[in-house]
Design a binder for this molecule. Structure first.
Ligand code: HEM
Length: 268
């Protein structure tokens, strides 16, 4: 359970109040250009009494907090790991950067709508999530007795699925420790968790509800970083000595600070 500080509680209370005022003044919502956002949807649900159980402002705050907790660290860790893997693999960095600069040529700003044109950067993100899934361990509890690989799992057993280890298992992945985005080229494997060898967003009915948002949260900053800067290692560090140590745990984080030199790109 996440402990909410008083300040956080106040901020979320103010957000709900602001949304309520906007709805009260006849607006559809408080989202971009007046559209509905998740808080509007939850307030409308609460007020409509259409649910079998009633929900409170505290429930709405809990959902907002859940979304933040689920969104921020996962996206940040994936972005950092992707940058580290690219700098460690200069061939991959050069290829991803060339595509980003080609797609956004002449534009002042990287536009979100162009992200799907970045096919190679999307493969880089896929490969990053194979080696460094931020939700490294997925939990499940079984209702009924099940037999898996000859082991009997009694009902109500908490089963931990180690997505991190599965992503590096040589039984399923060729040369698993190498960072090779091309392995996903022409491979229909997606993020739906239907193939159990790759489930960075989990699988089944409890799969991450923020997949699209999460991918956009990673792809957009990476595209900006590659578009606006060239990246080098500090003097004395080589791709081979650069170490990415992960914090052990159910949600992976990056243990050590990693420094890169950002240089302006060559003039076009
Ligand atoms: C790169 C980004 C992300 C990764 C790798 C990721 C990964 C995961 C994983 C592995 C789970 C557990 C799924 C399961 O048990 O089957 C999960 C659950 C969850 N994620 Fe994400 N996530 C990301 C981004 C986000 C974002 C952006 C949001 C919200 C906007 C979000 C909200 C949630 C929530 C609410 C759950 C709990 C779902 C439930 O228990 O029913 N995640 N995520």
């Amino acid at each position: 359970m996440v402990k909410v500080g008083q300040k956080t509680d106040e901020i979320m209370g103010d957000i709900i109040k602001e949304h309520r005022n906007n709805l009260g003044s006849g607006k559809t919502g408080s989202g971009e250009s007046g559209s509905e956002d998740i808080v509007d949807v939850l307030i409308k649900l609460k007020d409509s009494d259409s649910l079998p159980m009633s929900i409170t402002d505290d429930n709405i705050k809990a959902v907002i907090l859940d979304l933040f907790a689920g969104a921020v660290d996962t996206s940040k860790t994936t972005t950092v790991c992707a940058m580290v893997e690219m700098v460690k693999n200069p061939r991959v960095l050069a290829k991803a950067q060339a595509q980003v600069r080609e797609v956004f040529k002449g534009k002042e700003k990287v536009e979100e709508s162009d992200m799907e044109k970045l096919s190679y950067l999307n493969l880089v993100i896929k490969e990053t999530l194979r080696l460094h899934p931020p939700g490294s361990v997925i939990y499940r509890e079984n209702n009924k007795e099940s037999v898996i690989c000859g082991y009997t799992i009694p009902p109500r057993t908490r089963v931990l699925i180690n997505a991190w280890a599965i992503g590096r298992d040589p039984q399923y992945w060729e040369d698993p420790e190498s960072f090779k985005p091309e392995r996903f080229e022409n491979d229909p494997m997606d993020f739906t968790g239907n193939q159990f060898k790759y489930m960075p967003f989990g699988s089944g009915r409890r799969i991450c509800p923020g997949i699209s948002f999460g991918l956009a949260n990673v792809c957009t900053p990476l595209a900006h970083l590659l578009y606006h800067f060239d990246w080098e290692l500090p003097h004395g560090t080589t791709p081979h000595t650069l170490k990415l140590s992960e914090l052990p745990g159910l949600a992976i984080g990056v243990k050590n600070d990693i420094f890169f030199i950002a240089a302006p790109p060559p003039a076009a």
